[in-house]
Design a protein around this ligand. Structure first.
Ligand code: SAM
Length: 249
């Protein structure tokens, strides 16, 4: 999978060299490239922002560097990994929520381009231009209902959530199946050795080796945990049957 990130703070993306994502890059599973938006400016100060038309506080990102950055990312020779069907993701608090389902959908793409906004955001005409350049494959996605200083933190989160779903990035693919948000419920509580620690014991059902009982207990815990912490996620069937009213661990 090819991933391009355009930002005015390339060093913000340095953590993508670490851990599983870093290993996947070194193994050739992910071709992740970070581009400095200022490299697409032509003035002495490498200006990427200007005052907003209509007045108001803050600065707005100028359109021209973005257009050149998109051309450069898409213009790289196919042999270099650029895909003619690239999809542009622009993180923004006014976008559609980025969810696990979004991560699954984007993990099936060949080539994703991320545009990290800063200041008050990007000149609106860039979105229209991008829809032409990316042939409509443009989406604005929000990490949550709060405002960050820039798109970089959102891209770090999105790339991690997407990349770990790319086959081979997480060594044991089974570990992805039972996670929170995979089927709407949160994950059950997990424990490791020792069986007793500081007077707190691992639930006895997990020590008995009865796989049926363990699976039932875990399902009950998932329902109870979801009911307690995220009742908005519960399937109506679980609410109606009262299944979700078990005590939470
Ligand atoms: N003035 C904008 C508004 O009210 O919608 C907020 C701009 S914010 C200070 C600067 C940049 O941070 C945005 O262009 C976007 O790239 C990023 N950003 C902020 N909050 C975000 C969120 N919840 N999800 C994704 N990106 C976000």
């Amino acid at each position: 999978m090819r991933l391009d990130v355009v930002t005015i703070f390339p060093q913000y993306l340095a953590p993508l060299d670490l851990s599983l994502i870093g290993k996947a890059r070194r193994d050739g599973l992910l071709d992740l490239r970070v581009h400095d938006l200022r490299g697409f400016t032509h003035d002495r100060h490498h200006t990427v922002d200007d005052t907003p038309y209509g007045g108001g506080a803050g600065m707005v990102m100028k359109p021209q560097p973005w257009a050149e950055a998109f051309d450069a990312v898409l213009g790289e020779a196919p042999g270099e990994g650029a895909s003619p069907r690239a999809r542009l993701v622009v993180p923004g608090p006014g976008g559609a929520p980025f969810t696990q389902a979004t991560a699954h959908r984007l993990a099936r793409e060949e080539h994703l381009v991320f545009a990290c906004g800063r200041y008050e955001g990007i000149d609106e005409r860039v979105y229209d231009h991008a829809r032409d350049v990316f042939e409509g494959r443009v989406e604005i996605l929000s990490l949550g209902d709060y405002v960050l200083n820039g798109g970089e933190v959102a891209v770090l989160a999105m790339v991690e959530a997407i990349a770990r779903l790319v086959p081979g990035v997480v060594g044991n693919a089974e570990s992805l199946v039972e996670e929170s948000h995979e089927d709407g419920l949160l994950e059950y509580p997990v424990y490791t050795k020792p069986a007793s620690w500081e007077g707190r014991d691992v639930p006895s059902v997990l020590l008995g080796g009865d796989h049926g009982a363990i699976a039932r207990w875990r399902h009950e815990q998932r329902l109870a945990r979801t009911a307690a912490r995220r009742p908005d996620l519960l399937p109506p069937s679980a609410v109606l049957s009262g299944e979700a009213e078990l005590p939470i661990t």
